[in-house]
Write a protein that binds this ligand. Structure first.
Ligand code: GLC
Length: 423
């Protein structure tokens, strides 16, 4: 069974491979997405090491001069996606979007470095990527934490990777829609509209794009200009985990300056993360930076915090919370608490399970000594694949497959789960 699943996953990676990058899925997402690529490379590394490195190299070939790595690289023209390059207008040699995505590259590069067999290639490819990843991290702390709090804000829900989460609702309500130019959505032509964001949300997404475009995508201005500034514990945990992995790798590859800077970011970030803890909710919460208040929204973002080296007692509390959630759903981890009024088992990021988040939470729990909960998450992930195939995401109550099908990063995560279980 395990071998058949592995072969099927490898087939999906092949099918979505465009030579030097992989699309998330045919149709719905026809370009290169930032964190999709990094997580995909981890799965690819079990199949073709050179191709895995190339996936991340290609992404960083499109890094901006200021250090930002964009959330989408539009390698080829495709009318099937909105908003395309004509809306972003970033004036890059190869068009890109103008915002970023969860910085999982540092983690991915270290993971691939640790597992691959060709050591010369690993040292050369990782060594060349380290300064680029370090520049991206520095960009984050400079451009998205201008007050030096230790944690970075996202300025558009699409940066979070959890695009449609309940976490953004209240802050997003304050984003106006005046002056939004007419547009035609494409996502609802590829996927069930009931699983996708509403029209009002889409207008706000585009308002922010138009606002940033009007500032020429100048990152010294965007953060302060944005009416939407949210500090997400999950996003920051990914950044801090990448800082930790980058530091370790930089030590191994003899780049002490990078290691020292990454450890400085890490120490400040981990300390600041504690300001996001909520005893009442038993997890971390997002901070609405514009208002200075925590957002009372029990989502998976606060559980994903385990991906960073948070204190042991916090990881234990999150383990407990996951055990309780596990009694309410058939498949862990729901992206929102099923008891919350906003929970929607089918609409994306407002309830469904995503295997990439499962992978990161399970990894963090394992490192924190919470092996039992981690094992439940891995088992549920494999069960979802067996029941419903390689979907974009799944209903946590009955495993219904949702969103796009034959999905790349879902396949990549399954390869990792199987490999870690010794196939
Ligand atoms: C959706 C997800 C985002 C992902 C993209 C491509 O927009 O919310 O996290 O990167 O699809 O898979």
């Amino acid at each position: 069974m395990a071998n058949a699943i592995f072969d099927h996953a490898a087939e999906i990676l092949r099918e979505n491979d465009r030579g030097t990058y992989t699309v998330p899925t045919h149709g719905l997402y026809p370009f290169q997405w930032n964190w999709d690529s990094c997580l995909t490379a981890i799965g690819q590394a079990h199949i073709n090491e050179d191709r895995a490195w190339t996936e991340i190299d290609t992404l960083f070939d499109h890094q901006w001069d200021d250090g930002m790595v964009p959330h989408i690289v539009f390698h080829q023209h495709d009318d099937g996606y909105f908003p395309g390059p004509d809306v972003w207008q970033t004036h890059r040699p190869t068009p890109t979007s103008g915002i970023t995505q969860p910085p999982v590259a540092g983690f991915a590069v270290r993971r691939i470095f640790d597992m691959t067999k060709d050591r010369d290639m690993a040292r050369a490819r990782a060594g060349a990527l380290l300064p680029k990843i370090a520049a991206w991290h520095d960009w984050f702390f400079r451009s998205r934490d201008p007050q030096g709090t230790g944690l970075v804000a996202i300025i558009h829900p699409w940066e979070s990777g959890r695009d449609n989460s309940v976490d953004w609702d209240a802050a997003f309500e304050r984003v106006p829609t005046t002056g939004v130019l007419p547009f035609v959505r494409r996502d609802t032509q590829h996927a069930n509209p009931d699983h996708r964001p509403t029209q009002a949300q889409y207008e706000r997404y585009i308002y922010l794009v138009q606002l940033f475009r009007g500032l020429n995508w100048d990152n010294t201005k965007l953060h302060d200009a944005s009416p939407f500034q949210v500090v997400d514990p999950g996003f920051n945990a990914i950044l801090l985990r990448s800082c930790a992995d980058l530091a370790d790798l930089a030590d191994t590859l003899d780049q002490p300056g990078i290691a020292a800077q990454a450890r400085a970011h890490l120490a400040r970030g981990l300390a600041a993360m504690e300001t996001l803890w909520s005893d009442a909710q038993g997890q971390y919460l997002c901070l609405d930076r514009t208002l200075g208040t925590l957002i009372q929204s029990p989502s998976i973002g606060g559980l994903l915090a385990t991906f960073a080296a948070i204190p042991q007692h916090r990881a234990a509390a999150i383990g407990t919370r996951l055990t309780i959630l596990g009694e309410k759903v058939t498949y862990l981890v729901p992206s929102h608490d099923p008891d919350a009024a906003e929970f929607d088992s089918l609409r994306y990021w407002r309830g469904p399970v995503w295997l990439i988040v499962n992978y990161m939470i399970a990894d963090g729990l394992q490192q924190a000594g919470q092996g039992d909960v981690a094992a439940r998450i891995v088992a549920d992930s494999i069960a979802l694949i067996e029941k419903s195939g390689f979907a974009e995401y799944y209903d946590p109550t009955d495993g219904t497959p949702c969103g796009g099908g034959r999905f790349t990063w879902t396949a990549a995560m399954v390869i990792e789960f199987l490999a870690q279980a010794g196939r």
